[in-house]
Design a protein around this ligand. Sequence first.
Ligand SMILES: NC(=O)c1ccc[n+]([C@@H]2O[C@H](COP(=O)([O-])OP(=O)(O)OC[C@H]3O[C@@H](n4cnc5c(N)ncnc54)[C@H](OP(=O)(O)O)[C@@H]3O)[C@@H](O)[C@H]2O)c1
Length: 246
Amino acid sequence: MLANETAERTALVTGASRGIGAGIVRHLLDRGLRVAGTYRSGLENVKKLAAAYPKHVLPVRLDLARRETALSAIEEVRQQWGRLDSLVLNAAVWNGGKLAKIDPDAWWSVIETNLRSAAAIVRAAIPMLVEGESPSIVLVGSVVGDVGFAGDTAYASTKAAAVGFARSLAKELAPKGVRVNVLAPGFVDTDMTAAVPDASRHKIAAATLLGRFGTVDEIARAAVFLSEDATFCTGTVLVADGGWTL
Ligand SMILES: NC(=O)c1ccc[n+]([C@@H]2O[C@H](COP(=O)([O-])OP(=O)(O)OC[C@H]3O[C@@H](n4cnc5c(N)ncnc54)[C@H](OP(=O)(O)O)[C@@H]3O)[C@@H](O)[C@H]2O)c1
């Protein structure tokens, strides 16, 4: 039996209350995994998933800005299920503004929130992951970490850092059998992009080879591929951007 067909295979997905994270949770559940889904303000949404998949969804509180919640989230999984095979670091904050104008504290807060929490969650999860079956870490990055975007110096810095972080971690954890990969989406229809003005939206879609934004399901499937199927991939970046960066 493949690892991903066992009833106990367990994942933790951050930012599970909506958008791409909620999509990843649904696809992992469809693959038969148990999933701890983190929320900050969206407990009700994760509870709805838990109601649809009783005993397979564990809502866990996580605030990226509060490092202690990273430790308690992992501890909750350990106490409830005692096992973790797949970690998907999806939650992130976006706070745009050109560097000359953005408040320096707001700029730094994006860096701290997105980056420090990732390190804290992974560090806390390592002891369970190394005991897991076909263990995997997926970091949800972004193509803007590679090609940049005006107004995104802070956010794009964290997404570029995710790649260096993942590749170094891949080297550290390969001897323990843990794969570490990055999924780099392009523009996807979620709350995060809801504020993009129509004119910019049309320009971005026109500059994308496939002529449109991606859907949550398309990105979730790519994340599940890295987590569950890509057993010979580590330290890699999977771009899912409809050809926007070509
Ligand atoms: N949408 C895009 O076009 C796009 C493109 C490239 C990469 N990405 C990346 O994909 C990932 C998901 O994006 P999305 O578009 O699905 O975002 P979204 O719709 O804005 O959802 C964000 C999720 O992250 C959680 N979250 C936000 N701030 C948090 C904090 N301080 N602490 C803990 N959780 C927090 C939210 O939880 P609550 O609802 O509970 O507050 C929510 O579940 C992010 O890493 C993003 O950078 C998105």
